[in-house]
Design a protein around this ligand. Sequence first.
Ligand SMILES: O=C(CO)[C@@H](O)[C@H](O)COP(=O)(O)O
Length: 231
Amino acid sequence: MLKQLREQVLEANLEVVRRGLVLYTFGNVSGISRADNLVVIKPSGVPYERMTADDLVITDLDGVIVWGELRPSSDLDTHLHLYKSFPEIGAVVHTHSEHATAWAQARRPLPPLGTTHADYFYGPVPITRELTEDEIKNDYVRATGVAITDAFGNRDPMEVPAALVAGHGPFAWGRTPEDAVHNAVVLEAVARMAMYTFALQPNARGVSQALLDRHYFRKHGATATYGQVKK
Ligand SMILES: O=C(CO)[C@@H](O)[C@H](O)COP(=O)(O)O
């Protein structure tokens, strides 16, 4: 079932390890078939070096397992909430990559300090609110997704395809599993650069709106000019 998507999701899970974003079994990647309303996600706690496309789990948007032998990732309900709230996304990546997690633990949004950030994220990467005790006790995983969507309000999640979950770590997303991993890798890089920047200059300021616009829209949207014209 959904063999091609399972292979893409497996490859994305392996790529976050190769890129140094994931230790042991931390983190998880999923992808959705919008045509079928089915989600393919990593199994919980299975070492990446042993994982195959047959170990992945397929669920519906209510989390009911429709294919697979193993238990799905323990973060499944966060992924499902993001798919239901952000209809344009096709994949979700969660890691505990060190620099992005440091910002999440510091409860600080990640400001756009330079053009590397502006090429991918049209403004600050938001930090979520603290969850209530009730949310933590009764529904932590889904509430994590709700806190992410609360942090976006009316902002377009495709313009800033990531969020930092307070006291936890980063989530990133994209149109495909490959695209979502790319965003997670860049998020970690800009989080690291921002830490160095503040170490060197504690009063560092963000890029101007003009520079943010120039860099973001050269790569995204109808006016994009970056790269090659597709033939
Ligand atoms: O953030 C967490 C747990 O809070 C996860 O990243 C786990 O560390 C990985 O869980 P599985 O996806 O293997 O269930």
